[in-house]
Design a binder for this molecule. Structure first.
Ligand code: TRP
Length: 340
C-alpha cells in the first residue's frame, strides 16, 4: 500500500495569526510528524503558498514576495520541516495554471456560483461583482490538490465546500478520461478539519482575520500578546470585579479553553462564575498561556529570520520537488486526454 499524500495550502497574506495556527497549521505539523507502528511516516506532506489565489481579491502584488516569506517563516517556526514536507509557491509551478484550464471545462459556472464560501467572501468584502478568476477559485484549488494527487486535505471548515468541488472534478475527470494503464488518474480527496477550526476574534467577532484587525500574531512577543488580549471583549454584563461572569459567552475564556491547561482552566471557570476572578487578572493569565505556547515558535522564527538565504534555499528546493511531481501528473493527464 502506498503512503497517503497530504496537500494543503494558505494564501500568503503576511504574518500568520492564532486562527491560522489552530485552524490548520498546528494540524499540518501533527500530521507531518505522525508515525506508523513500524516507524514510517503515515503521510507524505506537501504545503503550498497560494500566491495566485491572492489575485482573486487583490491586484496589488507589490508585497507578494514579502508576504510569502513571512508566511513561510511562520510555517517553519511552527514546525513545518522542509526535509519532510516540500514547501512551494503555486506561481512557480506552471502546471497549476495548465491543470486549472483543463479543469475549468469540467464544472459549470452555476455550480461555482452556489459555493457558500464564495458567497460569504463576497458579503464580507462588500464585492459588487466577481472576476472570472475569482469564480474559479475552487477550480484552481482543485488543481493544487490533484496535481499532487492529494488524498487528504487538512483545512479549516470554511474550505470544505472547495474540497467538495475538488472531489466532483476528480470524479468527472476519471469518468471522462480513463488512463490506458493506470485507470483513474486522480484520487477523491477527503477534507480533514480540526476541532478548533475557528478562533473568535479579539473583538468577539466570529473569526480572527487580518482584514478585521482582531488577531494575535504567531510572532507577537509576550508584551504584544498581553496588550492585545487586555483589550479583548469579555462578558459585557460583567462590569465590576465581583460580578459573576459567564465564561460561555466570553472571548477570553474561549482562548483559555484552547491555551490553558485543564486544571487551571477549571479554576478560572469556577472563579469567573463566582465573581472571584476579575477580567484583568483573567486576561493576564490568558496572555501568559498563549505566550507560553508561542515561545518556541518565536525562538525558531528568530533563528530563520537571521538566515534568510537558507529560507530561500528551502523554498527553491521545495519548488524543484513540486515541479517533478506536477510534471509527472500532467503527463498522465495528457495521455488520458489524448492531448498530443
Ligand atoms: N483556499 C485556501 C485558503 O484560503 C488556500 C488554498 C489554496 C488551499 N490551494 C489550496 C488549501 C489547496 C488546501 C488545498 O485558505
Amino acid at each position: 500500500m502506498s503512503t497517503l499524500r497530504i496537500l494543503s495550502g494558505m494564501r500568503p497574506t503576511g504574518k500568520l495569526h492564532l486562527g491560522h495556527y489552530t485552524g490548520a497549521l498546528e494540524n499540518w505539523v501533527y500530521l507531518q510528524n505522525l508515525l506508523a507502528d513500524d516507524g514510517s511516516k503515515v503521510y507524505e506532506t506537501c504545503f503550498l503558498i497560494a500566491d495566485y489565489h491572492i489575485l482573486s481579491t487583490s491586484l496589488d502584488t507589490s508585497e507578494a514576495y514579502r508576504n510569502s516569506m513571512e508566511m513561510l517563516l511562520d510555517w517553519l517556526a511552527a514546525g513545518i520541516d522542509p526535509q519532510k514536507s516540500p514547501v512551494f509557491r503555486q506561481s512557480q509551478v506552471k502546471e497549476h495554471a495548465e491543470l486549472f484550464l483543463l479543469f475549468s471545462m469540467l464544472i459549470t459556472s452555476a455550480r461555482l456560483e452556489r459555493n457558500p464560501t464564495l458567497k460569504e467572501q463576497v458579503r464580507d468584502l462588500n464585492m459588487e461583482s466577481l472576476t472570472y478568476g475569482h469564480l474559479g477559485y475552487p477550480v484552481l484549488q482543485a488543481a493544487d490538490i490533484l496535481l499532487y494527487k492529494g488524498n487528504v486535505v487538512p483545512v479549516g471548515e470554511d474550505q470544505i465546500p472547495h474540497v467538495e468541488i475538488t472531489r466532483e472534478i476528480a470524479r468527472k475527470f476519471n469518468f471522462h478520461f480513463p488512463h490506458p494503464t493506470i485507470g483513474d488518474v486522480f484520487p477523491e480527496p477527503e477534507p480533514k478539519i480540526t476541532k478548533f477550526s475557528r478562533l473568535v476574534g479579539l473583538d468577539g467577532k466570529a473569526k480572527m482575520s487580518k482584514s478585521l484587525g482582531n488577531t494575535v500574531l504567531l510572532s507577537d512577543t509576550p508584551e504584544e500578546v498581553f496588550s492585545k488580549v487586555r483589550n479583548a471583549v469579555t462578558d459585557t454584563l460583567k462590569l465590576r470585579r465581583n460580578d459573576p461572569g459567564r465564561p460561555e459567552v466570553c472571548t477570553v475564556f474561549s482562548y483559555h479553553k484552547r491555551f490553558t491547561a485543564q486544571e487551571e482552566l477549571a479554576m478560572i471557570e469556577a472563579d469567573c462564575l463566582s465573581g472571584a476572578l476579575g477580567c484583568v487578572d483573567c486576561k493576564k493569565r490568558c496572555a501568559a498561556s498563549i505566550s507560553a505556547e508561542l515561545e518556541p515558535l518565536l525562538e525558531k522564527r528568530r533563528y530563520y529570520e537571521k538566515r534568510m538565504g537558507l529560507v530561500e534555499e528551502i523554498l527553491l528546493d521545495g519548488e524543484r520537488k513540486a515541479k517533478e511531481l506536477a510534471s509527472h501528473t500532467m503527463q498522465e493527464v495528457r495521455t488520458a486526454m489524448r492531448l498530443g
